[in-house]
Design a protein around this ligand. Structure first.
Ligand SMILES: C[S@@+](CC[C@H](N)C(=O)[O-])C[C@H]1O[C@@H](n2cnc3c(N)ncnc32)[C@H](O)[C@@H]1O
Length: 393
């Protein structure tokens, strides 16, 4: 029996401001998540659920399993708590264990000391359990995090490996790209469910459009990549079963109307490359276009976009003029809705319309606002099919 054969507390991280979306994703996967706080959500499950979280969640940054939680006001208490870990059930004798430390509050705040004491306690426990004088660390990698909060130590093991925003389709970074996980959160906060026309008029390297296509086709974002837990010696082999589950759920014959435009031909070229690598090329039409001239023959479409911000790409008057022209073009589009993320404080004034909802979201470290401008929904057709994503994900 290994640590990974039973039920566990599973901890999923998300960007600040997107925890509620992550929680909703967990509920739709059939779980009962606990409270969402400080960029993380917990739920109970086994290794198959760890695999499902890694493969299916669109907004999660990383999935960890909680190895232990205990009070630690002193380094002695921290040392004893770590020594109590069932080391032989978690790590093989050649495990390469790395330790990262965090401290939010409480008596233990020196990250270097938290890290050092934890590593020593693990090495001492290896010596006692495996009879080795020194850990060889020649085998697979196990990333441990010790996080101190209000004098309680949480010891977690990363199961994701590369961050979950790394879906595998982005080969090069465009100019100021948005994280795949944040793009997915913006889409899940929008009214777009695959059924209406979709446009990102400042598409850059195509992240939002590609995430929309993955969402609209119900393609699990982690279906084509590997995770750290697949190399854990004592964990049951569950990943392939979960990938097969994900394959089954993909909508093969859905017709999506997704467009991406950008003024830069290089950006559009890169966006096309990313869409192709994600297997989504057939669902997205990319074109070189000035957002000031955007239009659509359809009504009730949805825009989700990340235009240039002052900080990185443009300054002052030029940016205000761009937002004003973008706003004018948007108002000419019949009953479209728009969702715009920007850090520019005068965005609503420049755009020329007050948002009906504003949320704070963080694009990496940068505090941004996510503005919602809702158009009227399309009239419901009698007996409308559910295909094309009538359900909220
Ligand atoms: C913040 S970046 C978008 C990044 C994108 N979300 C991604 O993940 O790669 C803004 C983009 O707006 C484009 N842009 C600037 N002015 C534009 C305009 N007038 N019309 C269309 N695109 C424009 C830039 O070329 C840049 O790619």
């Amino acid at each position: 029996m290994s640590f990974f054969d039973g039920g566990m507390k599973i901890r999923v991280s998300a960007a600040s401001g997107t925890e509620a979306v992550l929680k909703r994703e967990l509920v739709s996967l059939g779980y009962a998540p606990g409270g969402a706080e400080r960029g993380r959500v917990d739920f109970a499950g086994d290794m198959r659920d760890v695999a499902r979280a890694n493969v299916f969640l669109r907004t999660a940054g990383r999935v960890r399993v909680v190895l232990a939680e205990f009070p630690a006001r002193t380094f002695d208490e921290l040392y004893e708590g770590i020594r109590a870990l069932p080391v032989r059930e978690i790590f093989p004798v050649d495990a390469a264990v790395s330790v990262n430390a965090k401290s939010f509050s409480g008596a233990l705040f020196s990250l270097r000391d938290i890290q050092r004491i934890t590593k020593k306690a693990i090495a001492d426990e290896f010596a006692a359990e495996y009879g080795v004088k020194r850990m060889s660390e020649s085998g697979e990698r196990y990333d441990i995090e010790v996080s101190m909060s209000d004098d309680v130590a949480s010891v977690t093991l990363d199961t994701s490996g590369a961050g979950l925003h790394k879906r595998g389709y982005r080969v090069k970074l465009g100019e100021a790209p948005i994280r795949e996980t944040l793009a997915a959160a913006m889409l899940l906060l929008s009214v777009w469910k695959g059924d209406r026309p979709f446009l990102d008029p400042f598409c850059g390297s195509g992240t939002i459009a590609v995430e929309a296509a993955l969402l609209g086709t119900r393609t699990a974002p982690g279906m084509g990549r590997k995770f750290a837990f697949e190399d854990f010696s004592f964990a049951p082999r569950v990943a392939d079963g979960v990938r097969a589950e994900a394959e089954e759920l993909v909508l093969r014959d859905v017709r999506l109307r997704i467009r991406g435009g950008d003024i830069s031909p290089d950006a559009v070229k890169l966006a096309r490359e990313h869409a192709a690598r994600a297997g989504m090329a057939e669902h997205i039409h990319f074109q070189v276009q000035d957002a000031r001239e955007m239009s659509s023959r359809f009504a009730h479409g949805v825009i989700v976009t990340n235009p240039p911000y002052g900080e990185r790409l443009m300054k002052g008057r030029e940016l205000a003029a761009l937002y004003a022209d973008f706003g004018r073009a948007f108002r000419a589009m019949e009953e479209w809705s728009a969702y715009v993320i920007t850090s520019c404080p005068s965005f609503e004034r420049d755009f020329g319309r007050r948002a009906d909802k504003v949320r704070v979201l963080y694009n990496s470290e940068l505090e941004c606002r996510f503005y919602r401008f809702l158009g009227a929904p399309p009239a419901r057709r009698e007996g409308a099919s559910r295909e094309g994503g009538e359900e909220r994900i």
